[in-house]
Design a protein around this ligand. Structure first.
Ligand SMILES: Cc1cc2nc3c(=O)[nH]c(=O)nc-3n(C[C@H](O)[C@H](O)[C@H](O)COP(=O)(O)O)c2cc1C
Length: 414
């Protein structure tokens, strides 16, 4: 019976030393040229020594014109400082840790302050109040789709050359790959839309282009939604078909999450998630129990895990093969070592509030507050579980305001 301590061999032959993975958390901490500085080495060295078998980076963008946050790392032909990526990889791979780069394009989910020209499979606006933050995108032309695919492949090859040990495609949470998969966001009538066969083509072509560049022995994973949790969106049935197709295509690890900015169920916070699911650990466990029957590819399950008991139970049942942890590792980078040493170990849950209900509802507090914890570790400090929530909100607003202005003036120059 596998436990969190058991090693795992992936289809490409790579061995994870245990079943605990740090899920992607966007650092929003790169310099003004979107390169990672020494903060990344300090932060990732902590996680490497904290005991994870696999550490997945925060989303790395493949086009500096399309950002999710002002200080995302970007890997593209014109922009990349390979020396800084190499130093990051060395620090993160200490202690036999696998370091995978999560590659992303936000599509229409790019804040107005960061992008003059948001693109998406189709020109469908967000409903209120999301439309305050995100502008209506324009539909991508086919030549642009092909360019984005080649950018994913270029970034993957560069990161491999810089010492990263694997790649994860971000296909979840309402970003571009997930927009292509969704019948709500993708109304295209060409070969990139329509039936599921058309909508999955973008994800498949990205996978194939990366595989061609990195070869058969290099791990490639994808993060997918179990569902979008919105009417007319990507459903659980379609998600299972996508998992099956990607598994047959040869992908090495499929991480299961769910939701989008419109329905942030990935954090267990949305009213779209059943009350019983919100209370339970592992929000997407039921989905994994079903989909694991269909495929042989290892599954990583992320979202809501807090106790070693629940982690081992999920692994024992065969529902998943790797446990993904995010917020627990932002407040305690040593949590994997503690889990491995103590069967009764569990992480603390922090109830975040600014004291203003309407602000709590509108503002992505979880992202803001936990990002602040990552920044502390990047500066060489320890996480601070009693950090002030309002201050974190203020810092985030400043970062988006100043970062957004700088970005817009840069894109004007281009
Ligand atoms: C600060 C922060 C940043 C995140 N950034 C990303 C990201 O870049 N890519 C991604 O796939 N998920 C991202 N997530 C979602 C996590 O990977 C994970 O799916 C979610 O937090 C649920 O797991 P948890 O309950 O262990 O926190 C982020 C979460 C947090 C808290």
């Amino acid at each position: 019976m596998p436990t969190i301590a058991s090693p795992l061999t992936l289809p490409c032959g790579t061995i994870l030393k245990n079943r605990i993975a740090k899920a992607a958390m966007s650092e929003n901490m790169a310099d003004h040229s979107h390169n990672p500085g020494p903060q990344f080495e300090r932060l990732y060295s902590k996680w490497a020594h904290g005991g994870c078998g696999l550490v997945i980076s925060g989303n790395i963008m493949i086009d500096s014109r399309a950002l999710g946050e002002p200080h995302n790392v970007v890997v593209e032909k014109t922009n990349t400082n390979e020396a800084s990526l190499k130093r990051w990889a060395i620090a993160a791979k200490a202690n036999q840790t696998q370091l995978w780069a999560q590659l992303n394009h936000p599509g229409k989910q790019t804040p107005r302050v960061l992008s003059r020209d948001p693109v998406a499979p189709s020109a469908i606006p967000y409903p209120a109040p999301m439309n305050v933050m995100f502008a209506t995108p324009r539909e991508l032309q086919e030549t642009e789709i092909l360019d984005i695919i080649s950018r994913f492949a270029y970034a993957a090859e560069t990161l491999k050359n810089c010492g990263f040990s694997g790649i994860q495609i971000h296909g979840a949470h309402g970003y571009l790959v997930s927009q292509f998969l969704s019948p709500h966001h993708n109304h295209r009538t060409d070969d990139w839309g329509g039936t599921l066969e058309g909508r999955i083509r973008f994800a498949l072509e990205i996978y194939r282009a990366i595989r061609t560049k990195v070869g058969p022995n290099f791990p490639i994973g994808i993060k997918l939604n179990s569902a979008d949790f919105m009417r007319g969106g990507f459903s659980e049935e379609e998600s299972m078909q996508v998992v099956d197709i990607l598994s047959k295509a040869g992908i090495d690890l499929i991480e299961i999450s769910g939701g989008t900015y419109e329905a942030p169920v990935m954090m267990g916070k949305s009213s779209k998630l059943k009350k019983s699911t919100q209370k339970r650990e592992a929000y997407f466990l039921e989905y994994c129990e079903k989909v694991s029957q269909l495929i042989k590819t290892p599954l990583m399950l992320t979202g809501g895990f807090r106790t070693r008991k629940a982690m081992d139970a999920a692994l024992n049942s065969g529902a998943c093969h790797v446990i993904g942890l995010a917020r627990s590792l932002a407040t305690n980078y040593n949590f994997p070592n503690e889990l491995l040493a103590d069967e009764n170990c569990q992480s603390k849950i922090y109830q975040l509030t600014t004291g203003f209900k309407s602000l709590d509802k509108f503002f992505p507090l979880e992202i803001t507050w936990y990002t602040d914890q990552l920044h502390r570790m990047g500066r060489g400090q320890n996480p601070k579980p009693n950090a002030n929530v309002k201050l974190a909100v203020l810092k985030s607003l400043c970062s988006f305001g100043i970062g957004g202005l700088k970005n817009l003036s840069r894109s004007k120059e281009i």
